[in-house]
Design a protein around this ligand. Structure first.
Ligand SMILES: [Fe+2]
Length: 295
């Protein structure tokens, strides 16, 4: 930088020593001049210090954190932030890049890994950035073929930003007032069934629409920045599902669910899984090492 910062006292002593060779050092005029000169140098020092200081810079991840604090300040389960706040947070996330959170696709989390024999996902890494009562911020790091199985977000608003890579997202919302197939199987409407490649816009889901139940399948190595408001209170709040085509369970005799063929394509039965989520989620936590998030 070509500028060596010194404490104010040392700067004053340095200036004073340079002025010692001047004639009549004790004259009133000289004292005044010296004082003014010192003041001028100090002001210059302060101004330059202010311009060069990184203290005033705000990182992208800090901006995200501050925005989340505003957006979710008066939210809770089933309370969706206002449209203005959602738009603001979406814009912040839309512009975020892997380097803003210290990630590159060459990191070990993203290396191709052997797909287990049971057909479940290779290990996925979760980097925890922040969690409070109002919201959480985290990053899922998926190697190629990594799968986050179909799961729900009860009462939440969720922002998902793919930082890099290609990801297939399939999501559903419940069909309101539809009869249950059985106590653990409910009718859902397909919301998203598409492949996304970064850079792409942030996707948002809500408590009752936008695809509250979703599955992520990594086509290449991917990083997904996730903001949840509010976060899960405990792991049991998250339910995992298996999805079955509508007509695979509905028989032709079933008058309640009889409909046109083309209408069936947009629906599926979601059945709660009985197996232990830890057996099929394969997500491991790791320390986030990117730029500092909170205070
Ligand atoms: Fe999710």
């Amino acid at each position: 930088m070509g500028f060596e910062m010194k404490p104010e006292k040392d700067v004053m002593e340095l200036i004073a020593s340079k002025n010692q060779c001047k004639a009549n050092p004790n004259s009133v005029n000289n004292k005044k001049k010296k004082k003014n000169k010192n003041k001028k140098v100090m002001m210059t020092w302060r101004r330059k210090n202010k311009i060069d200081s990184p203290v005033d810079e705000i990182t992208a991840v800090r901006r995200l954190f501050n925005t989340c604090k505003e957006v979710f300040s008066d939210c809770g389960p089933d309370v969706v932030p206002s449209l203005d706040k959602i738009t603001h947070l979406r814009e912040i996330l839309d512009n975020m890049k892997p380097e803003d959170v210290g990630l590159t696709p060459t990191m070990p989390y993203f290396r191709p890994n052997v797909v287990p024999d049971n057909g479940y996902s290779p290990p996925i890494t979760y980097l925890h950035l922040h969690e409070c009562a109002q919201f959480s911020i985290g990053i899922f790091c998926l190697p190629p073929s990594g799968v986050i199985p179909l799961h729900n977000h009860p009462g939440m608003t969720v922002f998902s930003k793919i930082l890099f890579g290609t990801m297939h997202i399939k999501s559903y919302d419940w069909v309101v007032d539809a009869p249950m197939r059985d106590p653990k199987t409910r009718l859902a409407k397909l919301k998203v069934d598409s492949t996304f490649t970064a850079p792409c816009n942030t996707s948002i889901l809500y408590p009752d629409d936008g695809g509250n139940m979703h599955r992520f399948t990594a086509k290449t190595a991917c990083a997904v920045l996730d903001v949840l408001g509010p976060p899960y209170s405990n792991p049991e709040d998250c339910t995992y599902f298996l999805d079955f085509p509508f007509d695979k369970i509905s028989s032709g005799d079933d008058e309640v669910f009889r409909c046109e063929e083309e209408e069936k394509e947009g629906y599926a039965w979601l059945q709660e899984r009985d197996d232990n989520p830890e057996d099929h989620t394969n997500v491991v936590g790791a320390l986030y090492r990117g730029p500092k998030v909170d205070d």
